[in-house]
Write a protein that binds this ligand. Structure first.
Ligand SMILES: [Zn+2]
Length: 362
């Protein structure tokens, strides 16, 4: 029986047998330790008030996990979630409302468009060209909804499909631009500079973006060594410890044990032939986002849809949609510090078991 808690991961993995055990041994290095400290008399009352008890503070359990192929790394200490964090008084809905009437509210007059023209859909989504580009092909899907948290699953799915159409249209004109990426930075904690709901899409040449290229390299190295499929095994490993849900034969939801930041989850869609970003998949991604907003209370997040190259040259590489919580809109403390930016081992306070149990069937 799996113990539902990331702090029990070593025990959970020890209980596994056969291939699941082998995958964990091959892919992950997991270690558990305890950090000890002494609380002076004068601090005891404050510690009890803040953390409930002194025991869990004096002897803190820390779980450190690393993926030996991708070098994704996470450190879990549940005490971190309880630590005091400075917050700023922000009236979030007032801040969002005060920007109504921005340029994205009137995109046809106040946003530039791409050489392929404007694409629109029946949900009120419309494309625009990004005014300061990351890449040669860098567009936007501007939502009908000013407040991105108010977009329904149907609308979100339609915007994702409009982004796909934009990618296909640009690729048709320039076959060498074949590496696509779709992303959504939602509200200011996530890096979004504009409040009004919008997705961004990129299409690049020569090679995929660095993190995606690294992931492919890791999967290939794993396959060379084990003759097995990396992505199937990652899903299998998470399923064995209760951190994956199968959606259908080709699709799974996982809350990874090496998240980049809080409450991360992935939808992995893999086919033998080139995986297409279908209406069904777009809807599942959209529903996942709505679960984050309504069930997990997430206000600001990054969503990234990793798409393999359009010429089908990466055989077996899946579509992966990743969503990550970027913290409270009231918090004045940034969630990325030197551990994340330089040491690249993320400090995580949310238990992935608490995330997956809140997500409905997609
Ligand atoms: Zn607006």
């Amino acid at each position: 029986m799996v113990k539902k808690g990331i702090m029990h991961i070593e025990e959970n993995v020890k209980r596994l047998r056969g291939i699941n055990r082998e995958i964990f041994k091959e892919v992950y290095t997991i270690s558990t330790g305890s950090g000890r400290l002494i609380i002076p008399e004068a601090m005891i009352a404050w510690v009890k008030q803040t953390f409930g008890t002194t025991r869990i503070v004096e002897n803190q359990k820390i779980v450190k996990i690393m993926n030996n192929y991708t070098y994704e790394g996470a450190i879990f200490n549940e005490l971190r979630a309880k630590r005091p964090v400075q917050s700023v008084k922000t009236d979030v809905s007032k801040t969002i409302k005060s920007s109504i009437g921005d340029s994205f509210c009137v995109p046809e007059q106040k946003t530039p468009y791409d050489p392929i023209g404007r694409l629109k859909n029946r949900f009120g989504g419309i494309t625009a060209s990004n005014i300061s580009k990351y890449d040669e092909y860098h567009g936007l899907v501007i939502f009908k909804e000013h407040n991105p948290l108010e977009a329904s699953a149907m609308s979100i799915a339609s915007y994702i499909l409009l982004a796909k159409e934009w990618i296909e249209k640009n690729h048709k004109k320039d076959k060498e631009a074949k590496y696509p990426f779709i992303m959504w930075n939602c509200l200011w904690r996530s890096g979004a500079s504009i409040i009004h709901g919008h997705l961004q899409m990129l299409l690049t040449r020569n090679h995929h973006y660095a993190g995606i290229q690294l992931l492919r390299e890791a999967a290939q190295r794993y396959h060379r060594k084990t003759k097995r499929d990396y992505f199937k095994d990652i899903i299998k490993a998470h399923e064995a410890i209760g951190l994956a849900k199968r959606i259908d034969k080709e699709t799974a939801l996982i809350t990874p044990i090496t998240p980049a930041k809080e409450k991360e989850s992935w939808i992995i869609y893999q086919k033998d032939k080139h995986p297409e970003l279908t209406e069904e998949l777009a809807m599942r991604i959209a529903k996942l986002v709505r679960n984050y907003i309504t069930k997990l209370g997430v206000e600001s997040f990054n969503l990234g849809i990793i798409l393999p190259p359009l010429d089908n040259s990466w055989k077996g590489f899946p579509i992966i949609a990743k969503i990550i919580d970027r913290g409270s809109l009231h918090s004045s403390t940034n969630d990325f510090g030197a551990m994340e930016v330089i040491a690249k081992h993320s400090i995580i306070s949310t238990d992935p078991y608490k995330v997956i149990e809140k997500i409905d069937k997609l």
